[in-house]
Ligand binder design. Sequence first.
Ligand code: GLY
Length: 585
Amino acid sequence: MHAIAKQVMRNYPLHTALLAILLTCCTSVSLTAWQSENVGIAEENMVATVNPIATDAGVAAFEAGGNAVDAAVAAALMLAVVDGYNSGIGGGCFILIRRANGEVVAIDGREMAPAAAHRDMFLKDGKPDTRLSQEGALAIGVPGALKAYEQAVREFGNQDFASLVLPAAKRAREGFPITPTYASVLKRTSESLAKFPGSKQVFLKDDGTPRQAGERLVQSDLANTLERVANDGVDYFYRGDFAKQTALWMQQNGGLITEADFANYLTRRRDPVETTYRGHTIIGFPPPSSGGVHVAEILNILEPFDLNTLRETDPATYVHVVAEAMKLAFADRAHWLGDPDFADVPLGLIDKSYAAELAKKIDLQKVMPVTSHGTPPLADAKFFERHTTHIAAADKHGNWVAITTTVNTSFGSKVVIPGLGVVMNNQMDDFAVAPGIPNAYGLVGTEANSVQAGKRPLSSMSPTIVMKGEQPFMTVGAAGGPRIITQALLAIVGKIDLEMSLEQAVGQKRFHHQWSPDLLMLETGFPPEVQDKLEEMGHQVRVSNRAGVSQAIFFDADKSRFIGVHDPRVPGKAAGAAKVPATDR
Ligand code: GLY
């Protein structure tokens, strides 16, 4: 067989049959333009999302001369229209940018609790009621995504923000065919959506049943809102009619958010979390994300282990070691993590000596009991200043962008304020509504993540950029609640330790342990003997096909080209444009 075909078969096994035939018969196929179902290859730039329309918006931004920041934000704004159950301008985001000049920037667009929020707001008759934090007016935090997108483009993009918003407005006005995935989420959430007239009007038919796959979803109110943002800037949203109408709806529906909460919303510039791992630098998002801290903590714990040999010789023990490291980190998450503007999050959590102590606790033969968190060095002295979707973008100048953005669970609070068209988040559920009470993801927390006015709820979102020396090596991020952290981790381990192609690293079977509940989750498809051995070691195994969704980009320095991957578990698209930004900043 042709040498190129063999190489591609090794790197991209999921597409081998079709591609091998193609490459064997047609030796002139250019790999630089190659695009398979979930892999894109391009020389100048790359953007990867879960939705082809959104990826195309990113590619169009590149074609207009934009850089990776413009492309990522164009894709994020389009996702707000075509994938609004996962993310949108009614939600929040974290944006991690590695600029062409080497600077790394972390923009925190996480939602904030309104000024009237308080610790006991989700108690009813003295008992925690997570229905209140998950659905309806009280579940909504003050949205930050739009302000963060605008800031990223204004400070680090090449394009006019309005030019990135208008294509999304046009798509909202003209509509798009509802995909089978979208239709299944609508079906699952239709009973809740029906409780809110603004949501019912957009997403349900007149008879109250959900719109079906193949129907065109037109969102005229969202189109109007986006056009107003394009014309009047984000002040329309934060200080104008949008804030006014939302505050009025809140008053009428038992919510707390006021016009002042919108006006007072601030994005934050944070210092990224950095650690080293086997000759690479791992750059992650700091608190209020728990993602950067715990990806770093887990990698630090794993560094003494030869994971590649372990996986080849004894796959169950490989899973066991990584899962035990996950467990240790999630026990720390539950205790220590919260908004660093309110809680003291110890810097020592990413200390190599702390990780080395934790690593010694891992028994290769059996499960270790982890009853509580650890105590990192200087835990009382040195601190960090938290359905969802991930967008990865990069360009040849060296701009790399990782945006994880979310309204939290599917369709967030299920609220669309009538006339505004925007799905509002339910990010208040990412607070610990009471100590030890699990949220929608089964996560527990303590005082560090209690509800307080103006505080940001702890997140697991983990936009990550990996450097090799001075060169960006890969970027990855994910959707899936706490599984976000472990997906980012496994993709990095897959690429660095297990020497997988990027497609294999994203497509590999995943596993997840979040300490509480004490369950090892294996993605469907692990060999039965691996599961049996893990159970013999003492793990309580649960097999699930809920493994999260990752997007990633790798720069193949030998061939000087980007490889973009969207998660093969769901639809999506990774693609580049044939154009390099004319000017770079
Ligand atoms: N709402 C999911 C997260 O931020 O972790």
